[in-house]
Ligand binder design. Structure first.
Ligand code: PMP
Length: 454
């Protein structure tokens, strides 16, 4: 913690300091690994998000199974983060382990399609109702492909995103509103292109701003999550999706729905559960059970326009795609996910668990009179430190006190509970037990008592 923070010496800071000490004092193996790691991994971990948790040094995972994870000091955690979605259906699923092992004995990367690929394509179309598919290795890649194609087939330069969105390592989408003015996100290191002119950013749920932006007919696509899940969780207002679809059709803008997180809404994602009609559709992370893979699908009409655009260019390669995309290993993992893991029964369990969590959280909030609220979609739940669920990212940011968030997450970690590190999102897997949900609610209530003692 910075020295200035010590100087603040507020009760919240004291709490963070004592929880930090508690974490470190109990974890000799973690400390030893962190020391070695810092010598070779920049920032102390292979990917900087792994260091971005509330703990002072990363939690080193020893193993995980179902909805539980164990660290190298033997601490057991109820895992409501689930790798921030790839393990949404549980860690170390035997079905996935078997599929991966079988494929590994037959080869994993041929740059050729397999029979499994054909079957998977058929299953994707049946489940997500898009006509034609392509694979990518990450949802970031898939979103970049979608943006490129949307521009190519509409001949329009701009895209529209909602303030507070995250669609992966997609530079075009790193534009936010600061005091209602679009700016490039400060984190976009080393990018020299200026996206302010080609990326329109408006507040979520603002239909007037949406029509104002679309009416110039220069926006290729709206890229959005159906429920925002990366700036806290923000639910759409009633009628939002209907209006979004009507307005995008009216002005000839393609609608690209990114279901990478909201797949947790049900068997065919939020799109199927709520009858959305996207032109382009993306899903990654959990789709291959954590094996790196993402898919993007388009309607028959969009596919035909892509064919035309490609024929006009006369070039075989679109500059879209990477060597590992669509490899046989990812395909076999995806097949087992679609047939044995992401089942109707699994979603029923997940959604019931999330509903129980929401009911228990709301009861605990009411009993303690906390000025908190809960946002919920399918198997995904967000605790918001504000009495009313925000409708825009600006409202959500105002509800987020970084110190309070740090204290909360650190406290949960010390209680053996993992939630997504960047805000208060909790995910229920088919293997999450009612006891784990009860433990989470008890810890959250206890935290409420600690920070709001009166
Ligand atoms: N879309 C959404 C909605 C996401 O939340 C994320 C990652 N959090 C991505 C895309 C990018 O996924 P990946 O990091 O696997 O490329």
């Amino acid at each position: 913690l910075p020295a200035a923070a010590h100087a603040l010496n507020t009760p919240l800071m004291e709490f963070i300091l004592s929880e930090t000490a508690r974490f470190l004092d109990a974890r000799p193996n973690t400390k030893a690994l962190a020391e070695r790691s810092g010598r070779v991994w920049r920032g102390g971990a292979p990917m900087h998000w792994m260091s971005d948790w509330a703990s002072p040094i990363p939690i080193y995972a020893a193993r995980a199974e179902g909805a539980k994870l164990w660290d190298v000091d033997g601490f057991e955690y109820d895992d409501f983060c689930l790798g921030d979605t790839p393990s949404m259906f549980g860690h170390a699923r035997p079905e996935i382990a078997r599929a991966i092992a079988e494929q590994a004995t037959n080869g994993v990367g041929f740059m050729l399609p397999t029979e499994t690929a054909v079957e998977v394509g058929e299953m994707l179309t049946q489940r997500f109702a898009m006509a034609k598919w392509q694979m990518a290795t990450t949802a970031s890649d898939a979103n970049r492909a979608v943006i490129r194609w949307a521009r190519a087939i509409t001949n329009r330069p701009k895209i529209l995103i909602f303030d507070g969105c995250y669609h992966g390592m997609v530079d075009d989408a790193f534009v936010v509103l600061e005091d209602a003015t679009p700016i490039m996100k400060k984190g976009l290191i080393g990018q020299v292109a200026d996206f302010i002119d080609t990326t329109t950013v408006i507040p979520f749920n603002d239909l007037d701003a949406l029509e104002d932006a679309l009416k110039y007919c220069d926006i290729a696509c709206v890229l959005c999550e159906p429920v925002m899940t990366n700036c806290g969780m923000i639910a759409p207002i009633d009628g939002f999706h209907e209006a979004l679809r009507n307005l995008t059709r009216k002005y000839g803008t393609l609608l690209a729905i990114d279901e990478t997180h909201t797949l947790s809404s049900g068997y065919g994602g939020y799109t199927r559960a709520h009858g959305l009609e996207p032109d382009m559709f993306v899903v990654g992370k959990a789709i291959a059970g954590g094996v790196p893979a993402a898919v993007w699908g388009v309607t028959e009409e969009v596919s035909a326009r892509m064919d035309q655009a490609q024929a006009a260019i006369g070039a075989g390669s679109s500059g879209i795609g990477t060597t590992l995309s669509g490899n046989a290993l990812a395909m076999s993992a995806m097949k087992v996910m679609l047939t044995e893991v992401m089942t109707e029964a699994a979603f029923a369990h997940m959604i019931k668990g999330a509903e129980d969590l929401v009911a228990q959280l709301r009861a605990a909030i009411a009993v303690k009179g906390l000025n908190w609220s809960v946002v919920h979609v399918g198997a995904r739940v967000e605790l918001v430190f504000a009495g009313h669920p925000p409708r825009t990212a600006a409202e959500m940011r105002a509800a987020m006190n970084p110190l309070e968030l740090k204290a909360f997450h650190l406290y949960l970690i010390n209680q053996g509970l993992l939630i997504a590190p960047f805000h208060n999102m909790m995910l229920i897997s088919p293997l999450t037990s009612p006891e784990a949900v009860a433990r989470l609610v008890a810890a959250i209530s206890a935290f409420g008592r600690i920070i709001r003692p009166n």
